[in-house]
Design a protein around this ligand. Sequence first.
Ligand code: HEM
Length: 187
Amino acid sequence: MLHDLQDELAVLQGEAPTHEQFAALPLLDAVVKESMRLLSPVAFTARTAAKGATLAGHELPERAEVFISPLVTHRLPELYEHPNRFLPERWLKGEPPSSWAYLPFGAGPHVCVGSSLAALEIRLTLAMLLQRFTLLPPEGARIDHRVQATLSTKAGMPMRVLPKQRVERPPRITADIRELFDVPAGV
Ligand code: HEM
């Protein structure tokens, strides 16, 4: 997948993508979307019921707290085939999921007002980095995760910044981040 993305970005010839070029970088878009599906930066958010209500058959009293977790929703097998696998290609075919099924930026009246800016920044940064560098965790790196309102690593993300290259054998990591998705065999 990394090699496919490096190949797609070669058209940029080391430059930042223009607005028009972004539309011609489908794999970049798919990789970012799939990363934000599996590792949603916002793990959960909450709402307080202003008055009693029925939600999906559940009676909610006034002031009941309801938690909404993209981490959970993004892993529902009825919404995503092989939900724990990193499969960017799922974004390249078929209908995209509804805004209630894919919500890294929230949904509804309080949807993230910075989502377009953030989406652009992420794609721009990744496109520029991957044209020059290959980022790899050191062999045996320990990468543990922490779920608070946001999803993060417990102690940063050790990373080697190497000149851009083909990676034949990715380093093995020992980490509980493996609990968050199915790591391909051999990694
Ligand atoms: C990867 C980056 C980002 C992620 C994952 C993200 C995610 C979210 C999510 C999930 C919500 C909804 C919270 C809820 O429903 O309770 C939200 C709300 C919000 N975000 Fe972001 N955000 C990001 C970047 C930004 C940026 C760059 C800005 C500003 C430039 C921003 C400004 C806001 C604001 C003001 C709200 C509150 C909207 C409201 O309550 O009406 N966010 N964000």
